[in-house]
Design a protein around this ligand. Structure first.
Ligand SMILES: *Cc1c(COP(=O)(O)O)cnc(C)c1O
Length: 369
């Protein structure tokens, strides 16, 4: 086979979705026949199985991961005038949750090696207005929760886990999403556990958070048509819930396949021009993404492309330099590690159904570069 015959996507949803299509369509028929479209039985079934998967008392299904972050802020009483510390190198939605609550995101840099929120840089960002820190398990690799929690405890701040990318990742043997007092998930179709549609979730052991979030997501009501507070329509759909219940059963085996691919990338990519995310021994990633850095990123992407491999960028602009946050007054040079990552990152193909042939070709080409 000539190299040109390859056309390897960075992520291929079709292979996964086709493999569970029959199972999911069977569930869709039930949802359809019962008209259980908005919240309801199929969302509750997923909530129960996801809570037991993560190991928390509660899991609440919502419309997407951005809304999950917004609701977490509201449950913690965070609003106008408050500040929340957020890593500069994350998908922008981590910061949206803060802004949607009327609070201000305060960015901090990442560690140069793990690319996770730099625990030693958090204290300098704390002010009397700081209420919380959101840690992100970036690319599926857990951040150092104990180190960040210790700083939060010392300054009486809440810690929120943004586990949008970390379904099935573990930190010191415990599931991401069970480590802080509240955690948020995205079930966007491209995540390791992705709905057939938009969806998100919140996990917690705190009964008060659970009660309040359930009320807020459903028009601020506990009893139908009695509205105790100004609420939102942030429910998860029934079709989304049903598809997630099916896919959750496959998640552990899909994650193991990703780990096997990552293991081969780690051991067989030997090109000194390519650097990888450093993994502490307590971090067990689900490899949502496999990101590397290299000096001439554009040249590397082009080389991959010429050999039938599609790389991607996660993420090309750090949060503090996004136009949307121009008014916060950050400038280039504020967070050098995040800026370096943004301008040198390339995501290699990573999904459970990547074939041996595609994997071997990718490794060979990366080493040839
Ligand atoms: C995907 C993602 C979100 C947002 O989730 P949506 O379901 O797309 O709204 C939040 N944080 C991170 C880190 C993400 O990757």
């Amino acid at each position: 086979m000539s190299a040109n015959a390859f056309n390897i996507p960075c992520l291929d949803l079709t292979r996964q979705n086709q493999s569970v299509k029959a199972e999911i369509f069977e569930q869709f028929e039930l949802v359809f026949n019962e008209n259980a479209f908005a919240g309801g039985k199929y969302v509750e079934q997923f909530e129960n199985s996801f809570a037991s998967f993560v190991g928390t008392k509660y899991a609440i299904g919502v419309s997407n991961g951005t809304i999950a972050l917004h609701l977490a802020m509201l449950a913690l009483g965070i609003g106008t005038g408050d500040e929340v510390i957020v890593p500069a190198n994350t998908f922008i939605a981590t910061a949206w949750g803060v802004s949607h609550a009327g609070a201000t995101p305060v960015f901090v840099d990442c560690d140069a090696d793990t690319w996770e929120i730099a625990a030693d840089k958090i204290e300098a960002a704390i002010t009397p207005k700081t209420k919380a820190v959101i840690g992100v398990h970036l690319y599926g690799q857990p951040f150092d929760v104990d180190a960040v929690q210790a700083i939060c405890d010392k300054h009486k701040l809440h810690l929120i886990e943004d586990a949008a990318q970390a379904q099935g990742s573990t930190y010191k043997g415990k599931q991401c999403g069970s480590l802080a007092s509240i955690a948020t998930f995205s079930f966007y179709p491209g995540k390791n556990l992705g709905a057939c549609g938009e969806a998100g979730g919140i996990t917690t052991n705190n009964e008060a958070y659970d009660t309040q979030i359930r009320s807020l997501r459903n028009h601020g009501m506990k009893v139908r048509y009695y509205h105790d507070e100004i609420g939102y329509n942030y429910r998860m759909g029934g079709l989304e819930g049903a598809s997630l219940s099916v896919k959750l059963k496959h998640l552990p085996s899909w994650n193991e396949k990703r780990r096997a691919i990552a293991n081969r990338y780690h051991t067989e990519i030997t090109n000194p021009k390519i650097k990888m995310q450093v993994q502490p021994e307590w971090a067990n990633s689900n490899y949502h993404l496999f990101v590397v850095t290299t000096e001439d990123r554009d040249g590397f992407l082009e080389f991959l492309k010429q050999h039938g491999i599609n790389g991607a960028l996660h993420y090309p602009v750090p949060c503090h330099l996004q136009k949307a946050y121009e008014h916060l007054g950050y400038k280039e040079g504020d967070f050098p590690n995040s800026e370096y990552l943004a301008s040198h990152c390339v995501s290699l193909p990573m999904f459970a159904e990547l074939t041996q042939e595609e994997l071997e070709h990718t490794i060979k080409i990366v080493n040839q570069y």
